[in-house]
Design a protein around this ligand. Sequence first.
Ligand code: ZN
Ligand code: ZN
Ligand code: ZN
Length: 374
Amino acid sequence: MLYPAELRGLMRRMIIGIAVVSRSWEQGFRRPRDGRFSGRLGYAQRMHLLLAIVLTAVFLPSQSEQADGGATGSVVVAPEFEVIVLGRAQDGGLPHLGCERSCCINARKSGRLETPACLGVRNLETGRMLLLEATPRIETQVALLHELTGASGRPRAPVDGILLTHAHIGHYAGLIQLGREVASTKSTPVWATPRFCGFLRTNGPWSQLVELDQIDLNEITPGTTDGVKKPVAFEPLPGLRVEAFRVPHRDEFSDTVAYKLHGPSKTVLFCPDVDRWDAHEGLLDTLLEGVDVAYVDATFYDGRELPGRNILEVPHPPMIRTMELLEAVGRETPGRVRFIHLNHTNPALNDLDLQDEIRGRGFPVAEVGERIAI
Ligand SMILES: [Zn+2]
Ligand SMILES: [Zn+2]
Ligand SMILES: [Zn+2]
């Protein structure tokens, strides 16, 4: 017979068990080296996960219980959302229009496809889902999101909302697929900065999406990374608190933001484009503050992809600079900072040995299909 104290202990172990399993879940979607995604969990994998939950709950040693219920009162909170990587390339993807280097010649031959940086977010209970970015490959990415989450039957509302970082084509041009020629959505909520919303309202073909109420624009209030202006948090899905921070970037048609997604158990940063980390004091610290997993700009590796140009003058922090600045983070919390938005020429996108080396330093390149429970 279970007494109330034992019952509480068992419930606590169940919560810890689910947290442990959710960690293995994050690691559970690794794309095989041939570059093809393996798809949904099979029956055997699902049974394995279920067994792991039960075994962890029953046999987890009591020390964990004490640590969890210690004097600090820290409690493991169950995640309510999952963040899924749907794309990890720079705006032009791979193969890249017009590229005749080996990166894209090989990709065309093998049929390999890398789509622009994009995250999906899903409420684990209700199935409501968001996209971070509407890339030119939005169809492929939403289809993958639906496949991975078992979603179906939503032709006019493929997602429940879209968050946009800035008006460069790899980040928003996919909005056009929501128009009357294609999905013809009804009031899909879109979150962007006031300047970006103004651009969409006043320039075709985007303005037609607004006029026909295919998208419903929501203006966000970003904070600054110098700590002067705090962001105003918003909830694109109930229970998911989001903050935006302005980051320095080529701002022709809009300004540029990075997003922090705060779930009940974890926080994820999405910062696919930024000119430099040292634009001002505290930029990187502000972005990483309170963040469990950070997806950051990895457009270029070290400049070898840009022969004849000085990497210091290229408006993206090279991966080697990011790893140098965050060396201690990589060592102490490997996997916390993950690379995304890789240019088609970036050797870290195409050289698996280099990927292993970077991972060994604590900085994995994001894999399409990887999941973080938050
Ligand atoms: Zn970009
Ligand atoms: Zn190429
Ligand atoms: Zn950009």
